[in-house]
Design a binder for this molecule. Sequence first.
Ligand SMILES: [Zn+2]
Length: 133
Amino acid sequence: MNWRDRLNRFMYGRYGQDQFSRFLLIVCLVALVISFFVRIPGLGIVVLLLLGYVYFRTLSRNVTARYAENQKFLELKERFLGLFRRNGSHARQQQDHMIFRCPKCSQKIRIPCGKGMVEITCPKCRTKFRKRT
Ligand SMILES: [Zn+2]
C-alpha cells in the first residue's frame, strides 16, 4: 500500500478542503507575513487557533455541517464582492452580458446572459447565428 492509498483511506468519509478552508489558510499566511514586520500581541495564538480550526474542518466527519459553513462563507463572499461590483460598471457589464463575435464580419455583439439559446442578428452585416448565453 503506497502513501496515496493510505491517505485516501485516512480521508475516507471526512470532509476535506473547501473554499472556506483555503480562505482561512490564506488569512493565516497573510497574518504570518504581517507578523514578520509588525509585532502584534496575540497574533500567533490567533493564527494557531485558525490553523487548528482548518484541520478540524478538513478532518471532520460531519460533512453536512461543514458544507453549510462553506455555503454561508460563499454567500458572504458574494455579498462582499457585490459591494465592489456595484461601483465598477465594467465588472457589472461582464457579469450581465456576454460578448460574441459575428462569424462573418467579426463585429462585437453584446448579448444579455442567461437567455438560453438565442438567435443573434449581426447589426452590421445582418448575418444570423445561434449562441448559448
Ligand atoms: Zn456581421
